[in-house]
Ligand binder design. Sequence first.
Ligand code: FAD
Length: 563
Amino acid sequence: MPAAPTRRDLVLRDLDASTARGDELDLVVIGGGINGAGVARDAARRGLRVLLVEQNDLAFGTSSRSSKLIHGGLRYLEQYHVHLVFESVSERSRLLRLAPHLVQPLGFLFPVYQGDKNPLWLVRTGMWVYDALSLFRSPEPHRTLDPAELARLVPELRTEGLAGAPLYFDAATDDARLTLETAIDAARSGALVATWTKVVGLAPSGSRIRRVQLEDALDGRRYEVATRAVVNATGPWSDALLGLAGSATRPLLRPTKGIHVVLDAARLPVPHAVVCRHPDDGRVLFVIPWGDRTYVGTTDTDEQVEPGQVRASHDDVRYLMRAIERYFPGREVREEHVLATWAGLRPLVSDGEGGSSESDVSREHKIFVGEGGMITVAGGKLTTYRKMAAEIVDVAVAELTAHGLLTRTLRKAETEEAPLPGALGFDATEEGRARLAAEIVGLGTLGRDVAAHLVATYGARAREVAARTAGDPAAGAPITAGRPDVLAQVDFAIDEELAATIADVLDRRTQISLRDGAHGLPGLDALADRMAARLGWSAARTEEEKARYRASVALQEAWRSEP
Ligand code: FAD
C-alpha cells in the first residue's frame, strides 16, 4: 500500500504547483539551522511568503552540535564585549520564558585556584557584573562556595590550592529541538519548509537573484522557484553559497571546530556544570550534567573539512581528557569510557588577518547584502538567534522596499512574546510537569520514566506523542533498549516533525546517537522497519537508510582507530 504523503511531500507539491502558476515568493531562506529557522519564522509572522530550504535535516549543521547552552557568555566579559553579554542575557531570560520545556536554568561552578590568571576577587566582580547585566533576573543570583562546601558538593573536584568557587546560573537547551520548534512555528505561521532539499543554483534576472534551483536530496528531482529576495543562512557553508551567487572574494569565514565527549554520569557525576581552564592553554571548557550522562567540551581549532564531515579526532579527545584529569584527579576517566562524541564548526567571520588565535576570532555576527542582492548572515550564537533573525528580516524588508518589490504593509512579528509550540498551554512548574506526566501514565500504556521524559522533551506536545500509544500499545516500546525514547516518538517525528531518515530520528528528534553507548544500533532494524512502513520505503531503500546511519556512526567513532 503506498504511504500517505508526508508534510515534506506536500510542501514540494505545493512548490511545483505555485511555480507552474508563475507565483513568486517574497523570500527564500537557505539553511535550516537556528538562523534560517529563526529568519523564516520572523518573516512568516510578518506576512511574507517564505520558503525555508535545508539540504539535509533541520539542524543538521552546527545547530545540533553546539555546547547546548543558552548563555550570556561570561568569558566575553574578559574581552569587554559588554553589549554582547547584555544582549545574550536578555535573550536568555526571554527563552526561559517562551520555551521553558527546551531551555532550563543550569548552575555553573567556577572553581578558582591560587595562582590562576584571574584571582577570586576578580571572578566574583565579573559575576556581579554578569548578574547586573541581566538586571538581576538571572535564573538565580550567584553565590560563592568555600572550599569545604565545594568538597561536600563535588567530592572528586581538585581542592588543592582552591581559593573558592562562585556558583552562577545560565541555561541549557536541546539545540536541535530549539531549531526544530522554531521551524515548526515558522510553518504554522505560513512558511513552506522543505527539508532534504538542496539549493544548487541561483539565477539572476538583471542585477538581482530572482530564481533558485533546488534538488531533492532524497530522489534527485529538480525544482525551480521564483523569489524576490534570498537569505543565505548556511552557517559554515556560507562561502559555498557566496560562490554559487558569483561572489569570488576571499573567504568570509574562518571556521573553527569544537568537539564534545559524552560519559556516563556515574563515572563523572556533577550536580552543576563545572567551568575548567585547560591546563595546556588556559582555555575555558565545561563539564555539563546531562541526565544520566555528563558531557565535556569544547575545543577550538582551525578546520577546513567539508562541514557535514566534521568529526572528533583522537587528539581532540585527548585534549579534553587532560582537562578532566587535571580537575577530577580522583576519578578514573579514560578514553575507553567515552560513550559518544559530537563535533561542529563555528561559522566565525574571518578578520582577514589569519594571525589571531582561534579563541580570539569574533563571536559577533555579520549581516550583509552581497552579489545579486543576496543577504548573508554569518557568525553569532544560538542564544541570540531570535534577535538576529529580526535584524535580518529588517534588512530583507528594506531591500525589497528599496527595489520596489514590496508594496504591501506587513504585520509585526512579535517574536518577543510568542512561545514556541511545546510551550503553548504548558505549565512548566514542577507541579505542572508532574500533573502532565501523571496524565500520561493514566493512559495505561507508558511508565513514569517515559512519561517524565516525554514531558521534558516535548512540553505540552507530550500529550500528542503519548496519545499515539492509546490504540497501538506497541508504540510504547523503546526505540532501543535502556533508553526512555519510545516508538511513538518515531511516528510523531515523521508525521509532525519532518523527520525523513533514520539519522533525523536518532540524532536530532531524539538524542539516542549521543546518549546511548551503542548509538541505537541494537534497535536499528525495528526502527527502520517502522519508518519503512510509514514512509513507503522499499526493502532496498530500507537497507540504504540503515547503511547511511551506520556510516554516520562510523564517522563519529573514527577517532578510536587513530594513533
Ligand atoms: P547551521 O546550524 O550550520 O545551519 C546551516 C544549514 O545550512 C545547515 O543545516 C546546512 O545543511 C544548510 N545548508 C548548507 N548549504 C545548503 C544548501 N546549498 N542548500 C540548502 N541548505 C544548505 N551558541 C550558543 O548560543 N550556545 C552554545 O553553547 C554554543 N556552543 C557552541 C559550540 C560549538 C562547538 C560550536 C561549533 C558552536 C556553538 N555555538 C553556541 C554557536 C551556535 O551553535 C552557532 O552560531 C549556530 O548554531 C549557527 O547556526 P546557523 O544556522 O548559522 O548554521
